[in-house]
Design a protein around this ligand. Sequence first.
Ligand code: HEM
Ligand SMILES: *[C@@H]1O[C@H](CO)[C@@H](O)[C@H](O)[C@H]1NC(C)=O
Ligand SMILES: *[C@@H]1O[C@H](CO)[C@@H](O)[C@H](O)[C@H]1NC(C)=O
Ligand SMILES: *[C@@H]1O[C@H](CO)[C@@H](O)[C@H](O)[C@H]1NC(C)=O
Ligand SMILES: *[C@@H]1O[C@H](CO)[C@@H](O)[C@H](O)[C@H]1NC(C)=O
Length: 319
Amino acid sequence: MASFRVLCSLALLLLTIPASRAVLDSHYYDQTCPQAEAIISQTVRNASIYDPKVPARLLRMFFHDCFIRGCDASILLDTTPGNQAEKDGPPNVSVRSFYVIDDAKAKLEMACPQMVSCADVIAIAARDVVAMSGGPSWNVLKGRKDGTVSKASDTINLPAPSFNVSQLIQSFAKRGLGVKDLVALSGGHTLGFSHCSSFQKRLRNFSSMHDIDPTMNLQLADALRKICPKGNTNPSAGTFLDSTSSIFDNEYFRQLTQGKGVFGSDQVLFIDDRTKSIVEAFAKDQSLFFGEFAASMVKLGNVGVIEKGEVRLKCHSAN
Ligand code: HEM
Ligand SMILES: *[C@@H]1O[C@H](CO)[C@@H](O)[C@H](O)[C@H]1NC(C)=O
Ligand SMILES: *[C@@H]1O[C@H](CO)[C@@H](O)[C@H](O)[C@H]1NC(C)=O
Ligand SMILES: *[C@@H]1O[C@H](CO)[C@@H](O)[C@H](O)[C@H]1NC(C)=O
Ligand SMILES: *[C@@H]1O[C@H](CO)[C@@H](O)[C@H](O)[C@H]1NC(C)=O
């Protein structure tokens, strides 16, 4: 009976995660670098004390890394003569705080040279920033290898904040992620900040019928119009993604039920029948959200993993 269930879930896994057949392992570094996770956690924790923007940035970094070419640390590679790298591509306001990963990697190279991949460092750091911000924790599966290719033009494949639910579902499905994963992982927007350029189309001349996106709460629209005035020239203007932006909680989902999602791609999750009931369930039950978020982060961490390849010596450049 038990083995039948194992077989069934294995078959399901194989059917739904075509992106990768890599076998990651939570004990991967037990022999080769037992202190790896402690080194990364300390570095991330210390950096977050000095700069409270670090947790949100590292969580977003993991998402972007895994969605482009799989979780292979392609997001860390620098632009070289003749090749513009992912980190220098659109979407507009790119990921930052790369120095934290570099610091952790430098310490890892001292402790256990050439063992821990940059892709694993990002995955562990993403777990740590969530746990450290009051969210769930989970065992990170490890054993990813680092890729050698990074292209700015690939970032076109990231979902855009203007996407509708069909487009979001399709974007996640391409990576073997389902509707529940889409909603749970969108809960990552419980942390962090957005610049005006990512949502200002919702505030004025939205459509031929509506000046303001009709799904947006009017008080929020009013506040955001003040923060992002017509012809805004302040490139750092923007807003936090929920009212408790440094705490990992279910406030993001509660805000969606009030029309207070910042991006169109957030708010549509509460409008569309395919996702609305999941939003409502997470808004009501934080521990349900935490459990599903952790499970979906493990799935996200499996996307397009490279099993045979290099462990970069420096995360900025291929060996
Ligand atoms: C569902 C599709 C998604 C879209 C369309 C999207 C879009 C965006 C956009 C436009 C920003 C703001 C960039 C800026 O203006 O500075 C942002 C920020 C952020 N996103 Fe997403 N995102 C998505 C999914 C995710 C996922 C799955 C995660 C992680 C699990 C995530 C984590 C974050 C975080 C933490 C920030 C704040 C970053 C900061 O404060 O620097 N996002 N996202
Ligand atoms: C802690 O972080 C600060 C700021 O990034 C850095 O200057 C310092 O060296 C770090 N300390 C440790 C022990 O990592
Ligand atoms: C979602 O957007 C796509 C592309 O703009 C469009 O073709 C499609 O009709 C939209 N779907 C829904 C359900 O709004
Ligand atoms: C980035 O932002 C600028 C200014 O708001 C805008 O003109 C441009 O279209 C945006 N590019 C992308 C890829 O979103
Ligand atoms: C609003 O958008 C329409 C096209 O969608 C455009 O023709 C019109 O000039 C815009 N109005 C303003 C005030 O920007």
